[in-house]
Design a protein around this ligand. Sequence first.
Ligand SMILES: [Mg+2]
Length: 410
Amino acid sequence: MTYKKATLLLLTTLSSSTTFPCVDLSWFKRDKIINSLYASAYGDALGRVTEFIPTTEGIFNKYPNGVSSFDDFTKEDWQGIPEMYTHSEKAPYTDDTAMALLVTEVLIQSQKEQWDLNKTMSEIAYSFIKDKGNIAYGWAAPFRAPGNACLKGVLTLEQRLAHINPSKDWWNVEATQAGGCGSVMRAFPFGLVFHDDSEKAKLWAVEHSKLTHGHPIALAACAAMAVGTTACVNNRRIRKGGYIIKGGCIIKDTPQPIIEKMMLAALDYDAGTAQKIRKALNYAKEAKALLNKSGDTIQQALKNPSFRAFHDKVFAEFPGWAADDAIAATVYVFALFPTDLESTLYVGVHTPGDSDSIAAMSGALVGAYHGGISESNIAKLEDSDRINSLANSIHVKSNRPHYPDIPRDC
Ligand SMILES: [Mg+2]
């Protein structure tokens, strides 16, 4: 009997039984969580040097070969940051990662101690306030380029805390006009920590937005990001070439079902944001067709005037400064290169808009969907040990019932 026939016989025997085998898949989800946190921080740290260059052309004027790793940084990029980083040549991340890591820390504790919503949001608020006091290295340190709405929101939280009896939802600063990307950039940890409960990840990410950003586009973007991250962590293992094994069959995987979930999540809070996500998905299909036609890598394509014009059109429409544009830009990049982290981050970093946030958010999704981070990526990244330790502290259930992951003819 061949191995394949023996496998089929085993599957038939198992499927006729009421008990499915228990396979420990925790390593697989753990790997996705580690890759997501690392890829986000790495993309953020790469994008720090291009965030305020307002055109793609300007980026290539400064970096003729582009920015693919920290080795492409100029001498100037290692200046204007605390000496600690210059001396150690550790590339710092920006406010995006600094706040996302604070959120991750609190959520891990929340899950462990079974905190409710108010307790969890209050602890995130305390954490933001405390870290803001770390003027040299905290999330609000000038070299991390913190956003105005985050600064304003956390200042309000600080003032509220000065009252003896703050109300139980004191953490909602009612900033209903704040619709920047400052909350969606730190929303993906909800999808990582609560990967077993997509609804909780969505609702709590939305509530957490209200600490600084209460506009419907910010709430919609946070909902989409949390749901998208959860779906990526729970997606099957992607094989070489973008294939997965589903129901025992080898099929080509596509992130479209995940993006549709993101759209639906956004729709609960803002229809316009959901429409932008759909448009971004269509732009990604157009971009993919252009790349297939030319046969270019993204590095080559961005030097090609016609693809560059398309790229600039997409990011002029979705520059990423506002929450709805940031989630649309993220979806565009994710849909374009779902299984290629290097190309994902390259697109994000070489955008005329909020490059660090786009790279960080798309890195979080692709890291969770497919992985792709390497030792060399993180060797010069600030706080890589802390990121690793946090990722390993996220609770992942083991021994879940599962069909054997063995392919067959379909
Ligand atoms: Mg930033």
